[in-house]
Design a protein around this ligand. Structure first.
Ligand SMILES: Cc1ncc(COP(=O)(O)O)c(C=O)c1O
Length: 389
């Protein structure tokens, strides 16, 4: 066999691919491992969304290619959502692009903008696809430490001038995976001003915008005046409507960035199956806020059950106002060791914090996308294991 492309040498295996493989092996050996690791919603999408998928799939002319930019109706529904939800006006033809899940758009944005020598500014504690995408594109990653004491916000003023000259992308994500940190308009304004000043594309990854607790409502970076000059935002139905397996998301924002992303994508994929776009329209147009609120109330209850249990299992955490996670600091220090022991001794899989960057070493992440009874069983097992150590 020929050797794989050299660019793969810098690309470690995707961390969750390794973790799921280990869990699968343990399950095959007869252990009942409870997965609190991956942020995949356990509950179904709204019934009307699934009904629309059936209905549309029964149409004989809905089975061909649906277009590189998706359907005009889907783009219009995304634009209407931005107007209704954030008061942001975007042109559905030039400022909206459907994605095969937001992860696809995130990685392809790196391919669209980074050449060898170009830099992506990536939060060190953040979703791994930002750095993986940069590496796949032969770009460089400059880690921006985000830490508990700074409410998990990057300090862009500390970036050296020489790095800034080569920087093309700045990644932000609030409500944040894995920390659950949230951002206000002041923060978004500072990021927009910084990116405009330094000719950087602000990439606001916003898949958890509809997963919030305690009455908190999250916003969009595009709400900041002038943001559209330098910002692209990613949204996803994976978490907003429990549709992770459907692989439906969208990029919204700067006209040039959308066009450039489409140049990559139209050479790479041929869009989605039309019934998925149609179901996405129904998700935006017909799912009442009450459905989202009730779903979030269930997550909030699970979040609180985890938070209550942490003192008994050697962990501490801030209360997240959004996202699908509890980000817990290991009191004895080592997140990888904690996750390994929890897996092997309690048969509970939590994500070791180092997956999210070097700054995550002393943390583990719990997902709340898990059925209540399984969560209770996992917490009981963790307490038993921890008290017997
Ligand atoms: C911060 C963040 N961005 C993007 C994604 C990708 O989501 P999807 O590709 O399912 O839209 C995830 C998934 O967990 C995430 O946590």
């Amino acid at each position: 066999m020929p050797t794989p492309a050299a660019r793969l040498n810098t690309l470690p295996p995707y961390p969750f691919a390794l973790l799921t493989q280990r869990v699968r092996e343990l399950n095959q050996q007869g252990y009942d491992v409870i997965g609190l690791d991956i942020g995949s919603p356990d509950m179904p999408p709204p019934e009307c969304v699934v009904e629309e998928l059936y209905r549309s799939a029964r149409e004989p002319d809905h089975h061909g290619y649906a277009g590189y930019k998706g359907t005009p109706e889907f783009r219009a529904a995304v634009a209407e959502y931005y107007q209704r939800r954030f008061g942001v006006t975007v042109d559905p033809e030039k400022q909206v692009l459907p994605l095969l899940g937001s992860k696809e758009g995130i990685v392809n944005l790196s391919l669209a903008y980074l050449d060898r020598g170009d830099v992506a500014l990536v939060p060190d504690i953040g979703y791994p696809a930002y750095s993986m995408g940069a590496l796949l594109a032969n770009g460089e990653v400059f880690w921006l430490p985000t830490r508990e004491e700074n409410d998990y916000k990057p300090d862009v003023s500390s970036i050296p001038e020489a790095v800034l000259k080569r920087a093309k992308l700045l990644w932000i994500n609030y409500p944040n995976n894995p920390t659950g940190a949230t951002a206000d308009a002041d923060f978004y304004k500072r990021m927009v001003d910084f990116c405009r000043q330094h000719n950087i594309l602000l990439a606001s990854d916003n898949p958890y915008v509809e997963v919030t607790f305690d009455g908190y409502t999250a916003g969009s970076a595009l709400q900041i005046e002038g943001a559209v000059d330098c910002t692209i935002e990613f949204i996803s139905f994976s978490k907003s409507h429990n549709m992770a397996g459907w692989r439906l998301g969208a990029a919204v924002g700067n006209v040039e960035a959308i066009k450039t992303l489409l140049t990559v994508k139209s050479n790479m994929d041929s869009g989605h199956f039309q019934p998925i776009y149609d179901a996405g329209i129904i998700a935006f147009d017909e799912v009442p806020q009450a459905w989202i609120n009730e779903r979030n109330a269930i997550y909030q209850r699970r979040r609180d059950r985890i938070l209550e249990t942490l003192p008994e299992i050697g962990l501490t955490a801030q209360k997240p106002k959004g996202s699908l996670y509890v980000w817990a600091r290991v009191l004895e220090g080592d997140g990888a060791k904690y996750a390994e022991e929890a897996l092997m001794k309690a048969h509970v899989s939590v994500a070791p914090g180092a997956i999210y960057g070097p700054g995550g070493t002393n943390y583990v992440r719990f997902s709340i996308g898990i059925a209540d009874d399984r969560l209770e069983e996992a917490l009981t097992r963790l307490k038993k294991w921890y008290s017997a150590r």
